[in-house]
Write a protein that binds this ligand. Structure first.
Ligand code: ADP
Ligand code: MG
Ligand code: ZN
Length: 597
């Protein structure tokens, strides 16, 4: 039995008790007597007064010494001389032909029934309120989700996310003219997931898609569901999808999907969040059940894609992901321009300089900085915002971000830049290494501070020994650059080292590429076929060979390190130039790099 029916039951019992009490107090104690006894009493002269009704006789016995006598009631039997006998005995008799009074009918029937209805009404009202989340969620009144009709945001209001815009343009086009797609039979993705750090404009971007396509926008935040009344989240999801389908074409946007879509079973010790799971399940059911060709596109945003339930990312759900990343220099300038448009600027304000001074800022941080500057100008009673205010505002925002650990220092940025350029230059110079696609020092998430994308010139199934050697050298190029240009080494090369080591180990143990050990596979891939036991060593070679393998792996790595060092010393000047450029611009693509070399 759940809470609600328990409450109802209590009310019903209370109501019945009340009715019983009402009945017993309104009707004074009356002794039921038989008609024969009544006549005996009458003959004995014990009766004080009677009311003769149509079906019964009610009366009072004579009391002694001023005490009122007992009341009694008996059935009336049709007896013509009753009145006469009453008079003979001197009994006061009233209302000989008294019908059952309206009053008693009222008391006996209408009142209790009325009360029942009232009580029911009260219970229903209360339950209704609870269902709206009124009582149970402590007064937070949650209204039904209504679509935003005219979204006033367009792609022009979102700056610096050109790649994301290109990807979303297709969605916009589909929402505008769904027939074009359905006619050909093209299927548009059901779900689009915007992934990126906080404040980079995911929510803004989703709104802009709706504005750009001029379709209604239904927003729901994942965190709303976590503390909801049992069963309500699921029913609201159902409701939302139904509404959206009526309003198609439109966009359903689920903000902070991670709050709702955490992997199931990863709840807490307290039995997890049943409500969240129910809501998530309902969402999955709805996503599977509806036809995207009707023109409903589901978008969602998260800054923690790694915690999402894998079921959400399956084909037919949020299978398309769009990266909404922190802006680079040009992006930051564009964002500043948008927000500075609304404030009055002194002529000395150069937004490019502001952008230069704000590496690592997300769009929201930049909007914040502009607003801080404007506030400062007001406080200083200046008519316009000057560069001074911007300088101070940036310092404030930087301090705030550093406290949250979201900004890296100038020194770290420099190290990251040299490291990344190290990879890229070694890769470019060595003939068999992969060529650089892009170098970036825009921070991405927590782990990777910078990144160098290298892509193979062609799709490959076979790799030669020289290619593997050069690839290892390029991986070690980051560490080599730190050593040469900074004079010390950092923890930043951890991932590079483990990848390089993996390749070197595979060369020696699997591919037979070591001259010393010869063309022998020391790491048979099908070793699972042979059951290994405690008595049978799983390695098929002795510890002497093991040592040799380790030495050989180390040699491959050291030889690669020497070559990386050699390249970087030889190209020292170019590394400096490229690094300076990278520090300034934060991103360099492969062709520019090759031009600089
Ligand atoms: P997220 O949802 O990714 O956390 P929001 O969309 O809520 O970020 O961004 C917060 C605010 O920051 C926006 O309302 C906007 O004013 C500003 N902003 C963020 N990114 C951008 C951008 N790329 N262009 C313009 N303004 C931005
Ligand atoms: Mg948001
Ligand atoms: Zn690296």
């Amino acid at each position: 039995m759940n809470n609600r029916s328990r409450v109802t039951l209590i009310y019903i019992i209370l109501g019945l008790v009340f009715l019983w009490w009402l009945q017993s107090t309104l009707s004074e104690q009356q002794r039921q007597i038989s008609y024969t006894t009544f006549k005996e009493y009458l003959d004995q002269g014990k009766i004080q007064e009677v009311h003769v009704g149509e079906t019964k006789i009610v009366g009072r016995l004579k009391g002694d010494h001023g005490v009122q006598g007992e009341r009694f009631e008996t059935i009336r039997i049709e007896e013509p001389d009753l009145v006469q006998r009453l008079e003979e005995r001197g009994v006061q008799s009233t209302g000989v032909i008294e019908r059952e009074g309206f009053g008693s009918i009222l008391l006996a029937w209408i009142l209790p029934v009325g009360l029942m209805i009232l009580i029911w009404g009260f219970i229903m009202k209360r339950m209704g309120k609870m269902a709206q989340g009124g009582v149970m969620s402590f007064g937070k009144n949650r209204v039904k989700i209504v679509g935003e009709k005219d979204v006033q945001v367009s792609f022009d209001d979102v700056a610096g996310l050109d790649e994301a815009k290109v990807e979303l343009q297709e969605i916009v086009h589909f929402l505008k003219e769904p027939e074009q797609y359905t006619r050909i039979g093209a299927r548009i993705p059901k779900g689009v997931l915007l992934v990126g750090p906080p404040g980079t404009g995911k929510t803004l971007m989703a709104r802009a898609v709706a504005g750009q396509a001029s379709v209604p926008f239904f927003l729901m935040s994942g965190s709303d569901f976590v503390e909801m009344f049992v069963g309500l989240g699921a029913s609201r999801v159902r409701d939302l999808f139904q509404q959206a389908q009526e309003k198609a074409p439109c966009i359903i946007f689920i903000d902070e999907l991670d709050a709702l879509g955490k992997a199931r079973g990863a709840g807490g010790m307290m039995g997890g969040h049943d409500e969240r799971e129910q809501t998530l399940n309902q969402l999955l059911v709805e996503m599977d059940g509806f036809d995207p060709n009707k023109g409903v596109v589901i978008m969602a945003a998260t800054n923690r894609p790694e915690v999402l339930d894998p079921a959400l990312l399956r084909p037919g759900r949020f299978d398309r992901q769009v990266l909404v990343d922190r802006p680079d220099l040009t992006g930051r300038e564009a964002i500043l321009r948008i927000h500075a448009d609304k404030v009055r600027l002194e002529a000395d304000v150069d937004l490019k300089t502001v952008a230069l001074r704000t590496p690592g800022f997300a769009g929201a941080d930049l909007a914040n900085a502009v607003n801080e500057a404007a506030l400062l100008a007001v406080r200083r009673k200046k008519g316009k915002v000057t560069m001074d205010e911007f300088e101070e505002a940036i310092d404030r925002v930087v301090a705030g971000l550093q406290k949250k650990g979201r900004l890296i220092s100038e020194k770290e940025r420099k190290i990251v830049a040299y490291h990344e350029v190290g990879h890229a230059v070694v890769g470019e110079v060595l003939p068999h290494a992969e060529k650089t696609h892009k170098i970036s020092i825009v921070p991405r998430g927590m782990a990777a501070l910078g990144m160098t994308w290298q892509r193979p010139t062609e799709d490959r199934y076979l790799l030669t020994k020289s290619e593997l050697r050069d690839r290892i050298a390029a991986l070690l190029g980051g560490r080599a650059a730190e050593k040469i240009f900074i004079g010390d080494i950092t923890t930043g090369a951890q991932n590079d080292l483990s990848r390089a080591t993996d390749i070197a180990r595979a060369m020696v143990r699997q591919y037979g590429m070591s001259d010393e050990l010869g063309p022998v596979a020391y790491d048979p891939e099908n070793k699972a076929i042979l059951p290994t036991s405690d008595f049978m060593p799983s390695c098929e070679h002795g510890s002497m060979v093991s040592d040799k393998i380790d030495a050989e792996v180390k040699m491959v790595l050291e030889e690669a390190m020497v070559r990386a060092n050699k390249v970087l010393t030889e190209y020292r000047d170019q590394v400096e130039v490229v690094t300076a450029k990278l520090l300034e611009r934060e991103q360099i693509d492969g062709d520019e790099l090759r031009a600089l070399l």
